[in-house]
Every structure is written in C-alpha cells, then in structure tokens.
Design a protein around this ligand. Sequence first.
Ligand code: F7E
Length: 343
Amino acid sequence: MKTALITGITGQDGAYLARHLINEGYRVIGTKRRSASTNTWRLDELGITERVELATVEMLEFGNILSVLQEFRPDEIYNLAAQSFVGVSFEQPIFTMEANAVAVYRLLEAIRIVDPEIRLYQASTSEMYGGITTESCGETSRFYPKSPYAVSKVAAHMATTNYREAHQLFCCNGILFNHESPLRGAEFVTRKITTNLARLALGDDRPLRLGNIDARRDWGYAEDYCHGMHLMMTRDNPADYVLATGTAISVRDFVIHAAEALDMQLEFDGEGSEETAHDTRTGRCILRIDPEHYRPAEVNTLIGDASKARQELDWAPKISVVELAGMMAHKDYNRLKSGAAIL
Ligand code: F7E
C-alpha cells in the first residue's frame, strides 16, 4: 500500500485528491495546522473524513515537517497548502512568501534528508504568467507575476525545478489554471457568484457585489485537475505540466451562465463602476460593481495550453465551464434551501 501525504487536505483540491487516492488504494495522511478546531466540511461532504489520517504540521517549522516525514515515510507528497488568495497577498506579502515559497524549500530539504526517493507534487499556478498575453500559455511560456501570490509561486516553482535538476529529486510542478467546484472557498469569484445568486433565487434582495467582471479566466472542474496531479506522479520521469481547458470566459459570462441555471435572465446597464445587471423576468437588481473588490494589479486574461498533459498523461478535462457554473449554482441553491450553512 502506498502512502500519500497531502498538505492542505482540508481545502478543495486536498479533499478531491484525497478521495481519488483512497479509491486508488493509498493510505492518505493529511496535514492540518494546529488550531482549536479544524474545519473538515469538504472531507465530510465527500464522506472520507474517517478514511484519512490527520497530522498536525506547521509549514513554517522545519523540524515539524522533518518529523512528520520521518514518522509516516510517505511515497508521495502533494504540497497543496498555501496562502492562495491573490487579493489577500497584496495585504500579506511576507506571510504569503513564507507560506508559499520558503515552506517549499523546507519541504524539499526535508525530502532530501529523510528519503530522496519521496516524490513531490508542487501546486504551481497560471497566476505565474500574469496575463501578459491573450495567447494560451504552456509549460515554456514566460512568467510575469503580477501579485505577491504569483511571485511566491514562481519562487516555489523554480525551487522545485532546481531540486529536480540539482539533486535528482522526483518533483513535478502542476501549473493549474483556475479550477472550481461546489467545494471551492466562498471568497473566490465563482463560488461567490453561485452562493449569492442562489440566495437571490431564494428571495433575498441584496445584489451580488463584484469587482472587475471583464477579467477572463480558463475555468475547469477541480476534480478533473486532481486526477491530473496523480497522473503526474505515476510517470517514470518527473516533469512540469499545465492543466487547463484551453477556453477562457469573463467573470461577467460566468455570472450569466450561473444565473441561467437558476432561471434568471440578466441584462447589463451602465459602464465601469456604475454598471449593474437586472433579471429581465422580475426586474430585480442582481449585480452591482463594488470597486472595493478591484485589485492593485489585475491579471486580465489567462488561457492555458494543456497539450503536453493530453499527450503524455492522457489527461483531458471532462466538464465545460457552462456545466460547471450550473453544477455550482444548483448545489448552492440546494444547500441554502435545505438550511445548510454556506462554508
Ligand atoms: O478571481 C475577479 C478577480 O479570486 C478571479 C486562486 O485559486 O486561481 C485563483 O486565483 C477573477 C480575478 O481567483 C471579484 O479580480 C471580480 O480577475 O476567483 P479569484 P484568482 O485570483 O484567479 C489561481 C489559478 C490561483 O492559483 C489562486 O490561488 O475574478 N473578480 N470580482 C473577483 N474576485 C474575487 N475573489 N472577488 C470578487 O468580488
């Protein structure tokens, strides 16, 4: 039986990946930070809370990481723990660098000391490209990070590549474009949209408030992407792979698709921060622009080219962004209707 260690197991990707690895016959250890209460709602929703073992690890403590590797001797580590909010990284750049980049050095050093045969998946991100182009980005495209988050992820990406080359560790960077699901955190734009539209569909009259609705992202379904992470770790040789759908739509279009799934037909009026959207069927205001959600530096468009993953991993996304918006909107509607809290 192989053992996988997942840092950040309580997040969206950690939960889907844990379920996948359990189904593949792995023993799954998940790390969590020391705190009075650990929120396992995603593991609970997937019905796997009792099937994973949780270990308390602080990624800022080298000794802590070292001892957890010595104790569990994992075959594979999936490093998903991060300060993953791009907007927050402008307010907490130093913590973001510590948690997302220096922590990766700790992990790489711990692997080198404990057992250089341990395989590492590092969660890289499309944010590293920074939207300098509207062309699709692949593994060799130039990085131009536009936020402290993206800078930290470029550093982690480069460190991972360097340990692969300098110390011959089996480590892969998965450069994942935006990936969403009903388990996405409610602060990210897709889930913010679906939770708020579900609330409006159930009669609440406070409009959804968004920032830049013309930003375009290549949104895929998170579960598909977690299968891709595992495929990278099953190769004979380590390499980096982009996972993406190859299609980008705007935040505005995501709102339209999610609204349609809840029987709302939106019409937009006005411009810039004065723009609003109403439901043509009821006349109700559904969306307002709130400049508070604008970012100091915005990534306008991100589109990924996953042809290497298609060819070498036989990986392809199975769910389109329209299906994804509908799935998330319906799930949030049903959650709210049954009185469940939005987490
Ligand atoms: O923003 C715009 C916002 O926060 C998407 C993380 O998983 O994916 C994620 O990063 C877009 C941006 O995700 C609101 O300005 C408009 O252009 O959902 P998001 P993100 O920043 O793309 C990458 C791949 C990661 O690696 C990250 O960890 O939507 N937007 N209005 C808004 N965004 C938010 N959050 N809230 C708004 O009200």
